[in-house]
Design a protein around this ligand. Structure first.
Ligand code: HEM
Length: 503
């Protein structure tokens, strides 16, 4: 028996060399970065491989190499996270490591490394104070609902004025949504100053679209020295200065000169500055306030507006869903009663439709970048300190394993068999997860519900007879929006017909 356990020399050699190979393999794997999709070139890294709309390409890389893929983006190392379990493990289980934002050219130059989106640890204080103020101002509550209802009234006024003509709804929706956020930040009085409000809305829009053009400078900052303003950096800087200095800073100054600190975001933040006044190193200061407000504008306007545009487009393509949404509204509210936020409890079909729009349009496919605050071994790979972390929300929201038929628009997937209860699926993460998840989720959900319900209750939407439906293709950007499209809003009680397509 004992002989069975005594190794002969050749078995010993095989065992020892296998053990050595396994150890070496383990060490190399551990000391290795996640796999890359191809060769990294000097200076530009993998940027040469990237398509102008890289969403499909990133999904393919994830399927081939995931759940972690590393990329050299110019001088930065980035790791893409694929799948719900991976993103949750990083952002929830290892939140202490994966919650920072990266230091990039744009966040340093444009964001001045302040506000919510700072690369420093100060984000914690800004988020804590920011969420306290938003809660105090009633984010997601009745007070906030009034502001949203005002935005809807204004949009309906404008749509009625369009008299069923073919219009691109984006500008009108964007104006109404930015009014909500500016009223939240600057107070009720601001909304009466129409010119200022329109200027503010257009500055916010300009800043977001200019930022998209300048995004490449994050990875190849030396390109800013090229002659001419190819990436419109000078324009972005000028727009930001106008927004921050001429508008936000002036509003702060106005409040500082007045002893009456009433109820808007700026006043509440100024009160916090006073409370923190004695602490010299406090991150709660005016410079941060300017950037916090600027972040709220940028994050809180385009995202909601883009989602509403997708909703209209998907409903145009799926008149059966539109009809079911309308039936849901009529059977619970009728045609005259204005929808309120509390109606979300009853209007399950329209709520499921909004979730399906958010899932399929996946407007923030790469969320906002995070970064690793220290070296970490994650899923057997090394992620060095400072690595940019890109969560692929597309890999979750458009996953075949999770949804079965992710490319089909099917609100029913979020309803139980009886169509009575919403199915709350963990993998539904358009606002991301963890302690950097969207700060405005409650407001966004209320806006989406009230805007869409009000529009479906009041209008049918259509394109002129004979015209083809607008494309469902997306335009890649900070938030992925539909290509510009035009539709007619026909009031349900109207005898008017939608405009005919001009020949
Ligand atoms: C449909 C609408 C919206 C979507 C899909 C959306 C989605 C997101 C996502 C994916 C992030 C990044 C989360 C992460 O880094 O893990 C984010 C961050 C953020 N969102 Fe939203 N958002 C929406 C509306 C809003 C609104 C209305 C506001 C303002 C009231 C807002 C304020 C913010 C802020 C301030 C951040 C940065 C938080 C931080 O850095 O800690 N968002 N949002």
């Amino acid at each position: 028996m004992l002989e069975d356990f005594v190794l002969n020399p050749s078995t010993a050699i095989i065992l020892i060399s296998s053990a050595a190979l396994l150890t070496i393999y383990g060490m190399t794997k551990r000391s290795h970065l996640p796999p890359s999709p191809g060769w990294s070139l000097p200076v530009i890294g993998h940027l040469y491989m990237m398509e102008s709309n890289p969403r499909k390409q990133f999904l393919d890389w994830g399927k081939r190499l995931g759940p972690l893929v590393s990329l050299k983006m110019g001088s930065h190392l980035a790791v893409v996270l694929y799948g719900y379990d991976t993103i949750k493990e990083a952002f929830v289980k290892h939140a202490d490591v994966f919650s920072n934002r990266p230091k990039t050219f744009i966040t340093q130059i444009l964001g001045k490394d302040k506000g919510f989106v700072t690369s420093t640890n100060q984000w914690k204080k800004q988020r804590k104070v920011g969420s306290e103020i938003l809660r105090h101002l009633g984010l997601g509550s009745n007070v906030m609902e009034e502001k949203v209802q005002e935005g809807i009234t204004e949009l309906i006024d404008q749509l009625d004025k369009s008299q069923c003509a073919l219009i691109n709804p984006r500008r009108l929706i964007s104006l109404s949504i930015s009014r909500i956020i500016t009223t939240l930040v600057f107070g009720q009085d601001f909304r009466y100053k129409d010119e200022q409000m329109a200027e503010c809305a257009s500055l916010i829009g300009d800043q977001v679209s200019l930022l998209e053009g300048a995004a490449v400078l994050n990875f190849l900052p030396f390109l800013r020295h090229l002659p001419g303003d190819i990436f419109k950096l000078q324009k972005v800087l000028a727009t930001s200065e106008k927004l921050e200095e001429d508008l936000i800073a002036k509003q702060i100054q106005l409040r500082q000169e007045s002893s009456d600190l009433s109820e808007d975001f700026i006043c509440c933040y100024l009160k916090k500055i006073r409370e923190n006044g004695k602490k010299q190193d406090s991150a709660i200061n005016e410079e941060n306030l300017v950037m916090v407000v600027s972040n709220l504008f940028a994050a809180g306007t385009e995202t909601t507006c883009t989602t509403l545009c997708w909703a209209l487009l998907y409903l145009l393509h799926h008149p059966d869903v539109y009809a079911k949404c309308y039936r849901d509204i009529v059977s619970h509210l009728g045609t005259e009663t204005r929808p309120r936020a509390k109606d979300q409890h009853y209007l399950k079909y329209i709520s499921a439709t909004i979730m399906e729009v958010q899932r399929i349009s996946s407007i923030a496919p790469f969320s906002l970048y995070h970064s690793a605050s220290r070296d970490i071994m994650f899923k057997d790979y090394l992620i060095p300190k400072g690595t940019i972390i890109i969560p692929s929300l597309d890999s979750v929201l458009l996953s075949e394993e999770v949804w079965g038929d992710p490319r089909s628009f099917r609100p029913e997937r979020f309803l139980d068999a009886a169509g009575q209860e919403l199915i709350d699926k963990e993998e539904f993460i358009p606002f991301s997860i963890g302690n950097r998840a969207c700060l405005g989720k409650a407001l966004a959900k209320m806006e989406l519900f009230l805007f869409l319900t009000s529009l479906v209750q009041r209008y049918t939407i259509s394109v002129p007879q004979g015209a083809s439906l607008p494309s469902l293709k997306d335009r890649f950007g900070l938030s992925c929006s539909p290509l510009p499209f035009e539709i007619c809003f026909v009031p349900r009680n109207s005898s008017s017909q939608p405009a005919q397509e001009s020949s």
